[in-house]
Design a protein around this ligand. Structure first.
Ligand SMILES: Cc1cc2nc3c(=O)[nH]c(=O)nc-3n(C[C@H](O)[C@H](O)[C@H](O)COP(=O)(O)O)c2cc1C
Length: 340
């Protein structure tokens, strides 16, 4: 049913408009009077319960950041079977993001290019929504991913992240410092160890008891990945998320002119699979067993999730394949994981 809907309707719609239409349905599924029905269909088997970051997850598989930027869909995503939802990226100051179009499908590659630019309603609005969401007795684990406000200079990034962390950490099950989006000028430069250390130490102090993770890019070279992993452990972080989208366009089957027409932005989906797995292995080789590693990038099937777990991932996230596989994607993965 979904492949037909995708081919005939969704793939002909502007991708961002299709996303908003999907979110409207997801929001509806999350309404208290309705969410029990999809949840009955998608509830992960108890054997999939996973412990990480001192938290209990119904499934090791969750939604990566960027899907629910404004904390409007988390309850619907839980009703669809995801074990956690990482909301955001949220910035301290509300912002519109880049001009549209800014989201593109590369269908032949089962990939997506985006240059959204952290469009979001800001930390105060996110805090209000998180406050009401946390009152729900049944919900997904809620990660909150924070980024730098575009109007703030890179030199002043620490204070801006601390502002978001102070507001949002008390309402998050875990907090993520995003220094790896390619769509905010200068942001990825914050991954340099000498810049990252003071930033992480300041956010760690603001986060209090909330577990703090850092999300890294797949475009770092191997030594940089190892250096950040060592820094994260040394600074006292709870984990690393690997990876964000890539600026590489290597190995695509989509015609060059279509790729060029999409323009700048982060590439995600199937082409990211290989590097995301490599970065996961590198990170896991450099951190202690109790340090949480979350893998994201090109995950499409339960076999992919299993492969990440075998490579040392405590939790696994996905985004792009949701567009191609549809609303029952988490359920398919959770069921596939049972076949171990
Ligand atoms: C449209 C879109 C928007 C995204 N926005 C964010 C974001 O705001 N913050 C973030 O940390 N990652 C963001 N990401 C990256 C995803 O969280 C994830 O790391 C990446 O897409 C790799 O996973 P995937 O191959 O399963 O999509 C975004 C990805 C997409 C496709």
């Amino acid at each position: 049913m979904y492949p037909f809907l995708f081919r005939v309707v969704l793939s002909r719609m502007d991708p961002e408009t299709a996303h908003h239409a999907g979110m409207a349905v997801i929001r509806m599924l999350g309404l208290p009077a309705l969410s029990w029905a999809p949840r009955a269909l998608t509830k992960p088997d108890p054997s999939l319960r996973t412990r990480a970051l001192g938290l209990k997850f119904d499934s090791p598989f969750g939604v990566a950041a960027g899907f629910d930027k404004n904390v409007t869909g988390a309850q619907g995503l839980w009703a669809l079977g995801f074990g956690h939802v990482e909301v955001g990226t949220v910035t301290a100051i509300p912002q519109d993001g880049n001009p549209r179009p800014r989201l593109f499908r590369l269908i032949a590659d089962r990939a997506v290019v985006n240059r959204m630019g952290f469009n979001n309603r800001g930390a105060d609005a996110a805090a209000k929504r998180l406050t009401s969401l946390r009152r729900r007795s049944k919900r997904a684990v809620l990660g909150v991913n924070i980024g730098k406000s575009r109007v703030v200079d890179v030199e002043d990034a620490t204070a801006d992240y601390v502002r978001s962390a102070t507001r949002l950490a008390p309402l998050a099950d875990y907090l993520v410092v995003n220094v790896s989006s390619p769509n905010t000028p200068g942001l990825r430069g914050l991954q340099a160890v000498e810049t990252l250390r003071p930033l992480l130490e300041a956010v760690l102090a603001a986060a209090g008891a909330t577990p703090l993770l850092v999300k890294i890019a797949p475009d770092l070279d191997d030594d940089e990945v190892l250096a950040i992993a060592a820094l994260a452990v040394d600074a006292g972080l709870a984990g690393i998320i690997a990876t964000n989208t890539t600026i590489s366009r290597e190995g695509l089957t989509t015609p060059d002119d279509v790729v060029a027409a999409a323009g700048a932005g982060g590439l995600s989906g199937a082409p990211l699979k290989k590097r995301a797995l490599e970065v996961l292995r590198l990170v896991r080789s450099a951190v202690p067993a109790e340090f949480c590693v979350i893998s994201a990038g090109g995950v499409e099937t339960a076999a992919d999730v299993r492969e990440r777990q075998a490579a040392g991932a405590d939790l696994v996230q996905g985004y792009s394949a949701f567009l191609y596989r549809g609303p029952l994607w988490a359920r398919q993965i959770n069921r596939g994981l049972l076949g171990r």
